[in-house]
Design a protein around this ligand. Structure first.
Ligand SMILES: O=P(O)(O)OC[C@H]1O[C@H](OP(=O)(O)OP(=O)(O)O)[C@H](O)[C@@H]1O
Ligand SMILES: O=c1cc[nH]c(=O)[nH]1
Ligand SMILES: [Mg+2]
Length: 210
């Protein structure tokens, strides 16, 4: 299977990403920009959504026009940090249902620890987009995708703001069919497995905690 990583390099996405990387950007602006970037990424991600032709009547005449075919979509943020991306995406896809997977990365072992799962009942028939700003070792993303598969999901994409090759390789090893969409592939990981240069701890910057 071809490994698919899509780097969304639209200038507006790249410009906003630069601002959130800056350590002087505070939580309010950080949150707003993560939200805006998520909207722009959702626009790019949905480029291949299926359309159907419907007949409508404009004030002038009848016509055949295009409409989304109604494929069911689900957004699944990995909490906490993934929550910051949800509103930006549902602004573009308001009919999407939102599931939640709670995971945190144990700072010592780096293992993803699951603490919450709440999903739409019909995830088997949905196109699912798992969202999290950071793809570092890939442990959290891979565990979240596995949690969805264990419950019957078959159609899954992963969307993040920043990835590193290690995380991409981890997803592709565990879940070779999953497409990854990111705004950047950064240099690598530091000795605490934070992304270099990255933008620090996404959850802490979104929610103002330490
Ligand atoms: O690829 P990985 O090495 O697993 O790291 C990435 C994970 O780390 C962060 O979450 P964190 O554990 O800090 O939880 P939080 O969102 O609650 O802050 C981030 O939001 C990802 O979920
Ligand atoms: O750089 C990183 C790596 C994991 N999680 C984060 O929030 N930031
Ligand atoms: Mg965190």
């Amino acid at each position: 299977m071809v490994k698919k990583v899509h780097v969304l390099d639209h200038p507006l996405i790249q410009h906003k990403l630069t601002i959130i990387r800056d350590k002087n950007t505070g939580p309010k602006e950080f949150r707003e920009l993560v939200d805006e970037i998520s909207t722009l990424m959702a626009y790019e991600l949905t480029r291949n959504l299926a359309l159907q032709v419907v007949t409508i009547e404009t004030p002038i005449k009848k016509m055949n026009a295009k409409k989304l075919s109604g494929k069911k979509i689900g957004i699944v943020p990995i909490m906490r940090a993934g929550l910051g991306m949800v509103n930006g995406i549902t602004r573009m896809i308001p009919v999407a249902k939102v599931g939640h997977i709670g995971l945190y990365r144990d700072p010592e072992t780096l293992k993803a620890i699951e603490y919450y799962v709440k999903l739409p009942t019909d995830i088997q028939g949905r196109e699912l987009i798992v969202v999290d700003p950071m793809l570092a070792t890939g442990g959290s993303a891979s565990a979240a995708i596995q949690a969805l598969k264990d419950r019957g999901a078959v159609n899954i994409k992963f969307l993040c703001l920043i990835a590193v090759q290690e995380g991409i390789d981890a997803i592709h090893k565990d879940h070779p069919e999953v497409d990854i969409f990111t705004a950047s592939i950064d240099q690598g990981l530091n000795d605490k497995s934070y992304i270099i240069p990255g933008f620090g701890d996404a959850g802490d910057r979104l929610f103002g905690t330490k």
